[in-house]
Design a protein around this ligand. Structure first.
Ligand code: BTN
Length: 231
């Protein structure tokens, strides 16, 4: 990953830049191509949220060529979270892949967008934003815990860890994720497309879903949703 790389100034979203590059018939981006931006004017996060690209954040997107079978795609956000935590060397993962500092502030986020074709994805774009030397209000930045960290060094580390974890066997990804989770064992409230579930986050299932045990009820597995740690 990252053998083809473009460093750009201000763009809307690096997610769209890497797609446009992949679709450029004269010079199409190869698998693993990376676009890094200095600033984004329309950075986006999971579930339709905006991602604030302030000064001091590392923002980039990686092209992952397909075809990618859906089960592989399901574990990719978790694998990317494990890679990000390993590269940053601090914090823990809130399901599926937010990197939080020990006191629960957000350090980094991941957005995986897949271009689906039938039962597979013809390609996916993995976008990562890390607060390196500055952060929006209420969030944390990496230099608080790793003084002297630079965006260039961090980018190289994240790409190396992604290369390793995106190719790792599913069981290894799940085990590594459990090891750096700040979600399992906690009381959570999860907002899904179908409503809200409150309970204890007890495990991951084989597809990377979060298993929640509501008080007095049978376990429920969530495959997409927004987790709030409540206890
Ligand atoms: C989240 O926490 O909800 C995910 C945040 C992902 C942000 C990154 S920044 C680089 C890439 N370009 C975007 O527009 N979003 C991702």
């Amino acid at each position: 990953l990252g053998r083809a790389m473009r460093y750009v100034g201000t763009v809307g979203s690096t997610q769209d830049e890497v797609r446009a590059w992949a679709d450029d018939s004269r010079d199409p981006a190869p698998h693993g191509a990376v676009v890094v931006a200095e600033r984004q004017t329309a950075g986006r996060g999971r579930r339709g949220r905006a991602w604030d690209t302030t000064h001091g954040t590392l923002v980039f997107s990686v092209l992952l060529d397909g075809p990618l079978p859906l089960p592989d795609l399901a574990l990719m956000p978790l694998a990317a979270g494990v890679a990000l935590q390993a590269a940053c060397g601090v914090g823990g993962l809130k399901w599926p892949n937010d990197l939080l500092s020990a006191d629960g502030r957000k350090l980094a986020g991941i957005l995986l967008e897949a271009d689906l074709r039938g039962e597979e994805a013809r390609r996916a774009v993995l976008g990562i934003g890390v607060n390196v030397t500055a952060a929006p209000p209420g969030a944390a930045h990496l230099a608080e815990f790793a003084p002297g960290v630079t965006r260039a060094a961090l980018l190289a580390r994240v790409l190396a860890e992604l290369e390793r974890w995106l190719a790792a066997p599913p069981a290894d990804v799940l085990e590594a994720w459990r090891g750096v989770s700040v979600t399992l064992g906690r009381e959570v409230r999860v907002v899904t497309g179908r409503g809200e579930i409150t309970g204890t986050a007890v495990d991951l299932d084989a597809q990377g879903g979060l298993v929640i045990r509501p008080p007095g009820g049978p376990p429920v597995t969530v495959h997409a949703g927004d987790v709030r740690l409540v206890g």
